[in-house]
Write a protein that binds this ligand. Structure first.
Ligand code: SAH
Ligand code: F3S
Length: 488
């Protein structure tokens, strides 16, 4: 679930319970209209689609999974790598074909590609009626009305304030057990390869009170686990509103009462001691010992950190504008292991960043050997227009070299994954049951605190139960075991 780009979920369409007659439909004297919404990219996009569905539900839209019957088709897009954008363009071609059968259908592009390409979409992709960036979703009902009246609609202005803290998302396609809660939007880090600061804007944190309210509501509805989401959660900072970069000019009172990530984590953990808490994504340069200590202090905060490093070479880290060295990263890893000995750690890695040599690549392999990550998400470098790397550096590592290095790090990760899962053999671990195993109807699938998938025979247990499981076998990514009773 924490996987940044979950390949299994790409293109998933979302459905929620049918709306009753809304004020809008009554006023307009017509049946509610049908919305088809499809999502690509990171968890933040999937989470945003739930916010979009909520906003449009209030404007009289019911979701459908039938593309052909939709009045409004929205595609929530990703720009992180070129391949992600190509996938979206193919889908737009498909929508165009459907539009020929259903001429009343309107198509809108949301998310990072909308922000990146703006009105170019309306000019080039003739089938697009509406383009809406990540900070303009509240404006959707107005924009829909614009296109109803026959105009093209664009709103991609990145706002300084928009956090959607006051929109209660409708949880779509949910298992009713695990949920994502956004705590920040945007990113101020400016890693030179990354398009996110351009598509999602400056970093803004959400009011801790509204986060707590959402978490409490989820608990009351029967959810058992929440993941606090942000591009860089460690950078969370609330001082009454405003951008992170303006904190220096805040008043003394604001500074004294500010809430940082460690503070927020403790507040959430204390508010609902029965609820499991996770968070993603952490950034090595911003993660504090305070946050790690809070993790160790609360039993309900899961012992797992997604800590992308991108490269093991100091020279490449510098060129990427990752503001830490390999040595500082090791120090952080050592501290995590000292404070939380059984903490799982995962990573993101990029191969073939401009100028990457064989020696740099060896540094990446040796860094992985040092950490022995539980799992990881590995990518070949993809040049993104507008980023500093695209403007200042030549994409000079040949495609086949990128691919070969990628295969090497994936193979090494596979070995480390197996090494890590083997450490669980013979132990009894608490597992939260999320659903039926993909491979066997007779088995449950859940996760331990380290976020490793555990499967075991169902017996009398149910979805949402916390079960103690004795681990008897494993693969490089999955633990296999037998239940020995309820935990707690
Ligand atoms: N801080 C964000 C990062 C989002 S991008 C978060 O994790 O929430 C997710 C991952 O995609 C990055 O960690 C990086 O490994 C990869 N990535 C980003 N830009 C890329 C590019 N231009 N080429 C290849 N991989 C990239
Ligand atoms: Fe991107 Fe770096 Fe932020 S990877 S999302 S600019 S932390």
């Amino acid at each position: 679930m924490e996987k940044i780009i979950d390949e299994k979920k790409q293109g998933e369409s979302l459905v929620l319970d049918p709306q009753k007659e809304t004020e809008e439909t009554v006023r307009n004297g017509r049946d509610s209209r049908k919305l088809y919404i499809e999502s690509y990219g990171c968890q933040m996009n999937f989470s945003d689609s739930e916010i979009v569905a909520s906003i449009l539900a209030n404007a009289g839209f019911n979701t459908t999974q039938q593309l052909e019957e939709a009045d409004l088709v929205l595609i929530n897009t990703c720009s992180i790598r070129e391949k992600a954008e190509q996938t979206v363009r193919k889908r737009l071609e498909k929508f165009n074909a459907v539009k020929k059968i259903n001429p009343g259908m309107k198509v809108g592009v949301l998310g990072c590609m909308a922000e990146r390409l703006k009105s170019k979409f309306l000019e080039e992709e003739k089938i697009v009626d509406m383009v809406v960036g990540p900070d303009a979703y509240k404006d959707l009902p107005n924009l829909v009305q614009e296109i109803d009246e026959g105009r093209n609609a664009v709103n991609v202005i990145l706002s300084k304030e928009e956090t959607y803290g006051d929109v209660a998302p409708v949880r779509l396609n949910s298992n009713g057990i695990t949920a994502f809660v956004s705590i920040t939007r945007g990113c101020d880090n400016m890693c030179t390869f990354c398009v996110v600061p351009f598509t999602r804007g400056r970093e803004r944190s959400r009011d801790p009170q509204s986060i707590l309210e959402e978490v409490n509501e989820l608990w009351e509805k029967g959810y058992k686990e929440v993941t606090l989401l942000g591009q860089n959660v460690d950078s969370y900072l609330w001082y009454g509103g405003g951008l992170k970069k303006d904190f220096e000019t805040a008043s003394d009172i604001q500074k004294a009462t500010a809430v940082n990530f460690a503070g927020l984590l403790a507040m959430v953990a204390e508010a609902q001691p029965g609820l499991r808490i996770r968070f993603s994504t952490s950034n090595p340069q911003d993660m504090t010992l305070d946050a790690i200590e809070v993790m160790s202090r609360y039993k309900n905060i899961c012992k797992y950190i997604h800590l992308p490093v991108q490269s093991g070479s100091n020279r490449i880290l510098k060129a990427m504008n990752r503001l830490h060295t390999r040595e500082e990263y090791f120090e952080l890893i050592d501290n995590i292991r000292k404070i939380i000995p059984d903490c799982a750690i995962s990573h993101d890695m990029i191969t073939g960043f401009p100028t990457e040599t064989e020696e740099d690549h060896q540094d990446t392999l040796s860094l992985m050997d040092y950490v022995k990550y539980d799992f990881g998400f590995m990518f070949a470098y993809s040049e993104r227009p507008g980023t500093l790397a695209a403007r200042k550096m030549e994409d000079d590592v040949p495609e086949e070299v990128k691919k070969r290095r990628l295969t090497e790090i994936i193979n090494l990760q596979q070995q480390h994954g197996l090494y890590r899962t083997q450490q669980h053999l013979g132990k009894t671990e608490e597992v939260l049951v999320e659903g039926t195993s993909k491979k066997s109807d007779a088995h449950w699938m859940g996760r331990n605190t380290q976020n490793t998938v555990v499967v075991f025979p169902k017996e009398h247990y149910n979805i949402g139960d916390f079960v103690n499981v004795n681990i008897t076998d494993c693969t490089a990514a999955t633990l296999i075991g037998e239940a020995v009773g309820y935990s707690e």
